[in-house]
Unconditional design. Sequence first.
Length: 409
Amino acid sequence: MTIRSTVGLEARMLYGPATGISNYSFHIVRGLLKQTSCYQFRGFVGAGWREITLASMVTADQDEGGDENSTSSRFGNSFSERIARLPIQLAVRFSDARPVRLLYRETYRRGFAATVRSERLDFFHAFNFRPPSDPGVPVLPVIYDLSTFRHPEYHPADRVAWLTSLGDTIERAPLVQTISEFSKREIIDLFGYPAERIFVAPPAAAPVFTPKGENMTSRDLAPLGLKHGQYFLAVGTLEPRKNIRTLVSALAQLAPSARAQCPLVVVGGKGWGDLKLPRQLDALRSEGSLRLLSGIRNMQLRSLYEGARLLLMPSLYEGFGMPVVEAMACGTPVAYSSCSAMEEIALTLGRVAPAEDVDAWSDVLREALSCNEHLDPTLRRLRINRARAFDWYRSAGLVLDAYRHLGLR
């Protein structure tokens, strides 16, 4: 079939660490390429543009259980592919150095601005909220959440500043893409954008997140010193918005015997900001009732999900809440902040508590210890079936419908 329209995007969203925006972008673009050959995708890589094809997008690293921060297996390993990834990898490696980070961003923006018009794009799909600069064509922004507007204190100042002009991007957009009904309501509330022009294409759990049974999971947990059903789990980048401090304080309220029975395992890479962790942190770690794990591969994470007595997500703000759908896909009970996007995922199948109510989260832990909900086969099936309602191929189809609505040919 003849290619009729050219869609531009930032290829760094595909080459970056397989978390968050990069994960979403990768799966949506791959789903689009699987469903149609009508569109040519051109990606800016920082040193020019390249065509994005299905052949270049090998099986996603997170599907195969690779390191969540790896980029190498998401695309080919030819010399040209490695060179294309190099600027992104260097930016990730030195992201803690603010001057280096700002220099990279400005160089990247200027490179985009200098080359985008020569690409003759019909359309730009802004998977990172907004384009680096005006591409000169209509833009479809993807809005994951609006936490930089609701809670700027949860983010680095340069990120808040970069997203300040997001309202202008949204105002000019013919359509807006988002990932939850919660975020859709936020876009309407903060920017007054028409509801009928916002569509929701939610993310989904990768195929790796599936139940494999207690025996196999227990074998995977043994090297980590954990036992099936005898630990609580929290998953997320270590940043203020994830509200780990409330969980640590709630854990500290449990009796020592309860903490010994079911420690809290926190899985997450280094983030930013002051976590304001309570003074009991060091004591809890010393007694073994609090464990912090990083560099966990997705096959290990799958086993951590399935073996957990309960997944805990006390986030102060979420546009979706990927660990909730991933844990449910493994059959695991979940608890999360009330009045959040995560309620859309679990419906009536999860426990809820106010995000910063330490006593309420302590009660959640005690209730989980007093029952064996994590072993109930009927409830496990219900959670798995609910998680399957979220599907990457279906979400990519919704994006394809949006392309057609925009008149792309």
